[in-house]
Design a protein around this ligand. Structure first.
Ligand code: SF4
Length: 212
């Protein structure tokens, strides 16, 4: 079997999982009288902790137009789930942040389906680790192709220091928590992420890819 047909089978499998996630998102959001886009806005704001986000950043992260993001935010404002706040980095700009009610709602709508977590749990620890590293590589490739915005993952983060320790189980260092971690603990959407300069991202990637 050639690599091309294996790649197509993997993409077909990913599409099946994507469909399951999409159906779950629709059902979960509808049960809470939200659209999937509104639920995604709440989830992304919850992941960004206290900082809030500008409308343009929200639209970029969700890969939707500014008009669609604006519609979703207007409805969430009316429902009292989000509020407008001063942007932490530029006090002249406005950011969107969760209200206390919105934070509770985000907790209810952003859970991953138990059956999908059970399917991942059914993999062996080695399979889970390989799968996670493969996902990191795919996200990096999609990012390089300009199909997704810069992912808030360790590889792109200024706190990340690959292969700092000789411990094979936990060779990497996270400067945010100031501690070691292993390849099974790579984050793909970390709330504490700080973007590293682009040359450092390349250095991190080169250091890492020689080990995976
Ligand atoms: S702050 Fe988050 S993204 Fe950055 S290295 Fe630590 S765990 Fe990874």
């Amino acid at each position: 079997m050639d690599a091309d047909s294996t790649s197509r089978r993997i993409v077909s499998g990913l599409a099946k999982i994507g469909l399951i996630l999409k159906n779950h998102a629709w059902r979960n959001a509808a049960a809470r009288r939200l659209t999937p886009t509104q639920a995604q806005v709440l989830a992304i704001l919850a992941a960004r902790a206290q900082r809030g986000m500008r409308l343009s950043s929200l639209a970029r992260e969700l890969a939707i137009t500014a008009a669609t993001a604006s519609d979703a935010v207007s409805t969430l404002l009316k429902k009292g789930l989000v509020r407008k706040a001063r942007d932490a980095e530029d006090s002249r700009a406005l950011a969107i942040a969760l209200t206390a009610k919105g934070r509770r709602e985000a907790g209810r709508t952003s859970d991953w389906p138990d059956y999908l977590l059970a399917a991942v749990d059914a993999l062996t620890p080695a399979e889970r680790e390989s799968f996670l590293l493969a996902l990191v590589k795919m996200v990096r490739s999609l990012q390089d192709q300009g199909k997704i915005p810069l992912a808030r993952m360790c590889l792109n983060c200024s706190f990340f220091e690959p292969n700092r320790y000789s411990d094979r189980e936990r060779p990497h260092h996270c400067g945010f928590v100031n501690g070691p971690f292993g390849p099974g603990q790579f984050r793909l959407d970390c709330p504490d992420f700080e973007p590293a300069p682009s040359p450092l991202q390349d250095v991190n990637w080169d250091a890492l890819s020689s080990h995976i």
